[in-house]
Ligand binder design. Structure first.
Ligand code: ADP
Ligand code: MG
Length: 269
């Protein structure tokens, strides 16, 4: 595989959109796999109690598995809990289990409740002998304390957008929330990347929405949209990303191109 340029310091992305089903998890795991294939060391943090990212990466996340819950709620060191991808060198996952569903409530009464993931992640990144180049945090479809923890831990936000009628409405809400986080909790947070997902170039609506998003965010939108593809949606049921499941399919190639673009652009200043 083509080697991609490596960032000098760890780039930490939160993949966020409060809408469900827009491609957050699919984008997280496929970009992570594509970057790992390109020579980067990549960590995926599954912050959704559904555990879809853990499933797609083929890592164990049965209820009794040590998980991101133990990290956020019980201060367990991440080193003990992170699992290696069975398929890609350099790809790791901090799995989520169903216990995480309770964390949203448990966090409410905790000290520094918005900072818990950040503190654990920074400790892990400092202590781990080999440098990670990328961290991707896959968020649940809501703006609760888990998602806030993700925004506080990250330096960049990646927003997947499905090109449909309500997309822009949801986007302005999301951007308002992000600027609140920026003002009160994490001044260095930047929306660096927008990715058009499940794109169907044959429909006028998709093209119109894509054009609107590009007009509003010319610097953030990646040039390559991700097409709607059956191969992308089949891969998780085999515990795989499309990058390994069908490496030369259109879906795989588009995620690899998006990953290459992210690597070439580098972190925002
Ligand atoms: P989210 O994490 O935002 O809820 P997912 O990544 O789980 O969204 O995607 C929602 C559904 O759409 C899943 O069933 C996934 O397999 C499917 N999907 C995502 N991207 C594509 C695509 N490009 N083509 C076809 N199906 C897709
Ligand atoms: Mg998801």
């Amino acid at each position: 595989a083509v080697q991609l340029p490596l960032p000098p310091t760890t780039r930490i992305f939160t993949v966020a959109n409060q809408k469900g089903g827009v491609g957050k998890t699919t984008t997280t795991v496929n970009l992570a796999a594509a970057l790992a294939l390109g020579g980067s060391r990549v960590l995926v943090i599954d912050l959704d109690p559904q555990g879809n990212a853990s499933t797609a990466l083929g890592v164990d996340h049965r209820a009794e598995t040590p998980s991101v819950y133990d990290v956020i709620i019980d201060d367990e060191p991440m080193t003990e809990i992170v699992q290696k991808s069975p398929e890609f060198d350099g790809l790791y996952c901090l799995p989520s289990t169903i216990h995480l569903a309770g964390a949203e409530i448990e966090l409410v009464s905790m000290v520094a409740r918005e900072q818990r993931l950040r503190t654990s992640l920074l400790r892990f990144l400092n202590e781990t002998p080999e440098q990670f180049h990328y961290v991707f945090i896959d968020c649940p479809p809501s703006l609760g304390l888990l998602t806030i923890n993700a925004f506080v831990a990250a330096s960049e936000v990646l927003i997947p957008i499905q090109c449909e009628y309500y997309a822009l409405e949801g986007l302005s809400q999301l951007l308002n929330n992000i600027s609140l986080i920026e003002r009160h909790l994490n001044p260095t947070l930047t929306v660096s990347t927008i990715l058009l997902t499940m794109f169907d170039s044959r429909t006028n609506l998709a093209n119109q929405v894509a054009q609107d998003v590009r007009d509003h965010f010319p610097d953030q939108v990646l040039p390559t949209p991700i097409p709607r593809s059956v191969r992308i949606s089949e891969a998780p049921s085999y515990g795989q990303t499309v990058i390994s499941y069908d490496t030369n399919s259109a879906g795989s190639l588009s995620y690899r191109e998006a990953a290459a673009e992210i690597a070439r652009r580098g972190a925002p200043n």
